[in-house]
Design a protein around this ligand. Structure first.
Ligand code: NAP
Length: 309
């Protein structure tokens, strides 16, 4: 089958595109390899998305509601990992591990994934003390010490969330000023359980099957310090929020990329007719749910116009 609209990625951009394309009565196939919602599926409160003040709502429940809305408008779904993208023909083709998908238009909304610390033991300790998801793993560190690497919105927001579980949360940031927005900074500095290690980066981590020590290098003095878990605790947690890396490997050499992000015009067109990009994967300034949702809506309307000729 050749769909009117193929959408790669079921985060806020892809789900919004599916809602709009579905309302346009187009056939839509939404392809996602993981969990709906992308980055927001592991985010606690989403304070700045309009209307987002429902009791008990978090990023996961919000993305579930978006997915339900897309389903209601007829979007079909497939779970697959795309290995190759063929963009040049009139029919766009995505080749996945389990199948090949064809569309008259393609909206790329594959988003971005977390940046790693880049230390040797990171992979071995992931899930054993090193985590990239506070809402998933905070409970394992109840009453213990927790460290958070990063200084942006994610690091500060998730550090605040972690204070509800941990005895003490220490944010490790490479500079002496946070990147996070002022509203989050205000909350962070007012929180007695949240502490700061400025001008510092994590250089190594280790332990016996769980995270028991970290080394931190001071970016100003070059001095290295070892932090060890309290003997009575046995281990501690390190949550990594160092920003994101766009998921554009598939499109290298095929689409215009800048700093790894897909370049589009303001209406989400890439340089290839019928191929659009929306959300965090796109070169733009403000990467938030509200801009991802807007991108998705615009991309779907442009795809509709493209098909109508
Ligand atoms: P970000 O804004 O890019 O911040 C990344 C942080 O990690 C920065 O503080 C950066 O330091 C630090 N960092 C990057 N690479 C590093 C390295 N190799 N070693 C040590 N530190 C490193 O990423 P984010 O916080 O994940 O946010 C991503 C996007 O999502 C942003 O647009 C953000 O506004 C948005 N977001 C919004 C909300 C919200 O509005 N509620 C919540 C979460 C995320 P420097 O500061 O020195 O560069």
């Amino acid at each position: 089958m050749i769909y009117d609209v193929l959408i790669l990625g079921a985060g806020p951009a892809g789900l919004s595109a599916a809602i709009y394309a579905g309302r346009n009565k187009q056939s839509v196939l939404l392809i996602e390899q993981g969990q709906d919602g992308g980055q927001i599926s592991v985010t606690d409160a989403i304070e700045n998305y309009p209307g987002q003040m429902l009791e008990g709502e978090n990023g996961f429940t919000l993305s579930q509601r978006m997915a339900e809305q897309a389903k209601r408008f007829g979007a079909q779904r497939v779970s697959d990992t795309i290995r190759e993208a063929k963009l040049d023909g009139e029919v766009k083709e995505l080749v996945g591990a389990s199948g090949t998908y064809r569309g008259r238009t393609l909206i790329i909304a594959a988003g971005a994934s977390h940046r790693s610390l880049g230390i040797p033991s990171e992979a071995a300790l992931a899930g054993h003390g090193i985590s990239y998801c506070a809402t998933c793993d905070a409970g394992f560190f109840r009453g213990r010490d927790v460290y958070v690497a990063g200084g942006g919105d994610s690091a500060v927001q998730e550090a605040l969330f972690l204070t509800r579980f941990a005895r003490k949360v220490t944010l490790i940031h490479r500079r002496d000023a946070l990147r996070a927005v002022p509203a989050l900074q205000e909350k962070a500095f007012a929180n007695e359980k949240l502490h700061f290690l400025w001008n510092s980066v994590v250089t190594d981590a280790g332990g016996d099957g769980k995270l028991q020590w970290l080394t931190i290098r001071n970016t100003k003095s070059g001095e290295t310090t070892k932090i060890e878990a309290k003997p009575e605790d046995g281990f501690f947690g390190l949550f990594v929020f160092l920003g994101v890396v766009p998921a554009t490997d598939l499109f290298k050499g095929k689409l215009d990329l800048e700093d790894g992000y897909i370049v589009t015009d303001e209406n989400m067109h890439t340089h290839i007719p019928g191929v659009f990009a929306a959300g965090d994967i796109r070169k733009k300034k403000l990467r938030q749910v509200v801009t991802a949702a807007a991108d998705g809506g615009i991309a779907a309307m442009e795809a509709y116009e493209y098909i109508r000729g």
